[in-house]
Design a protein around this ligand. Structure first.
Ligand SMILES: *Cc1c(COP(=O)(O)O)cnc(C)c1O
Length: 445
């Protein structure tokens, strides 16, 4: 596989990390970039290929983050780059709502095909995940004539003012930046490692909370992430979403699967809600859809999507010609190279390599995941008490040794592993060995 890539698929360090050129750039950055746009690790990247990033000092770094699940197909894929470059040389902008073009329509057609459900569908294309969530809120309110929006505990739905209100954690996403819109409610979720409940039991708890705090008839939309990303790779117990979606149908509530992180091949299916056997009314897509170009979508039942008056949704750059060209190339690639199968291969490799961490390391409480989306929950040995310092230590050791990993979880105690689905078993093994060095030290081994 390596031969196909312009960068060897190997970790290779030629300086300490961050290297001298990164340190220099960091000094410039501190004088020019807002502190609020914080960074996990100050290694400045220059180029990439497959599962490897190369920094400005020439270090080859294993990427287990994909810029938070965006470059699912691998870095700088040449087919996607060629499609975007060709489109950029041809036409870069008209604004679809002034004069339309084919790419936008073709992406909407493809989304209708790959999203769950056999009914007639419509899509609207926007720029970012948060914008997709905001539009889903608007559309659901218009369709139902209701106001209340429900999201789950530990949810992440974005950083705009409305989506911050739907996001669970106060710190650092929300602190000091309110007020936020009203009529947004967080409700208890299913978190098998922490609550020990079956899907049915957890769903009854969620529904009881709704009935006693909000009232089902007030609710326009119920947002879920099929696998919570920033919330800590939380995968609800089997049956949980099925019961919630039935509850939504019974009560005229629009059930929205926010697939911005888990969708588009990442978990071994086009959409992660497929693992739960549930067909949502609306789906939001973003991150992995265009190989790094900004594009997002709301897709769903035609009657819901078409309830909005012309001009009611849209935006200047939404579904721009270059991003949609890239997305069409991504869709082709996923089918041509069987990237759903590749994500399943990565899942098998991860289970085989790290699945026994809870038995081997006392600081690992739980390993969970689907496809190329895994979480390792860190706890104080012998307890389920979150251990955020362990995560900090892992990230520090991994990143200074050429492995990019992500943080997650409401207690900052879940190591998030989201490599490209083209990552090799060798790179998974090498990266796991680096992470194990910290796990062993923390576990007193
Ligand atoms: C990243 C993310 C968002 C927000 O997407 P942006 O493109 O950053 O606005 C919303 N929902 C989920 C589940 C996400 O992971």
């Amino acid at each position: 596989m390596s031969a196909e890539y312009s960068v060897p698929q190997k970790r290779k360090l030629v300086t300490a990390l961050p290297g001298p050129k990164s340190v220099e750039l960091q000094e410039r950055r501190l004088r020019s970039v807002s502190r609020g746009a914080g960074t996990l690790v100050n290694i400045y990247m220059d180029h990439g290929a497959g599962a490897i990033l190369v920094d400005v000092d020439g270090n080859q770094i294993i990427d287990l983050g994909c810029g938070i699940g965006v470059t699912t197909i691998g870095h700088a894929n040449q087919d996607v780059a060629a499609a975007a470059a060709a489109q950029a040389a041809k036409l870069t902008h008209t604004l679809f709502t002034v004069t339309p073009y084919e790419n936008y329509v073709a992406v909407a057609e493809k989304l209708a095909e790959i999203t769950p459900g056999d009914f007639e569908k419509r899509s609207v294309l926007v720029n970012t995940g948060a914008e997709a969530v905001e539009n889903a809120v608007k559309i659901a309110r218009k369709f139902t004539g209701r106001r209340a929006i429900v999201a789950l505990d530990h949810a992440f739905h974005g950083r705009t003012n409305l989506t911050m209100a739907m996001t669970y954690r106060p710190w650092p996403e929300r602190a000091g930046m309110g007020p936020f819109p009203g009529e947004i409610y967080s409700v208890p979720t299913s978190y098998p490692y922490r609550d020990g409940l079956t899907g049915e039991e957890a769903a009854e708890k969620t529904i009881d909370y709704i009935n006693t705090h909000i009232g089902a008839s007030e609710i326009a939309a119920f947002f879920i992430e099929p696998i919570q990303g920033d919330g800590g790779i939380v995968i609800p117990a089997p049956g949980y979403f099925k019961r919630l979606s039935e509850f939504c149908t019974e009560n005229g509530i629009v059930f929205v699967s926010d697939e911005i992180q888990a969708g588009i091949a990442r978990t071994g299916t086009w959409y992660a809600i497929e693992h739960h056997g549930v067909v949502p009314d609306l789906v939001t897509t973003a991150k992995g859809i265009a190989g790094g170009f900004p594009l997002a979508a709301v897709t769903g039942r035609a009657d819901i999507m078409d309830s909005v008056q012309p001009g009611g949704i849209g935006g200047t750059f939404g579904g721009n010609p270059v991003s949609t060209a890239a997305a069409l190339a991504v869709f082709d690639l996923i089918e041509r190279d069987d990237l759903l199968g590749e994500a399943q291969r990565v899942e098998k490799a991860l289970w085989a390599r790290i699945g026994d961490w809870p038995q081997r390391f006392s600081v690992v409480g739980d390993v969970r995941g689907k496809g190329a989306m895994f979480g390792v929950e860190l706890v104080h040995p012998g307890t389920t008490t979150p251990y955020p310092e362990a995560l900090t230590a892992i990230i520090k050791h991994a990143t200074t040794n050429g492995v990019i990993v992500l943080d997650a979880g409401s207690w900052d105690s879940v190591l998030r592993i989201m490599p490209s689905v083209v990552i090799s078993e060798e790179l998974i093994d090498d990266a796991a060995t680096v992470i194990e060095e910290t796990l062993a030290a923390l576990s007193g081994l």
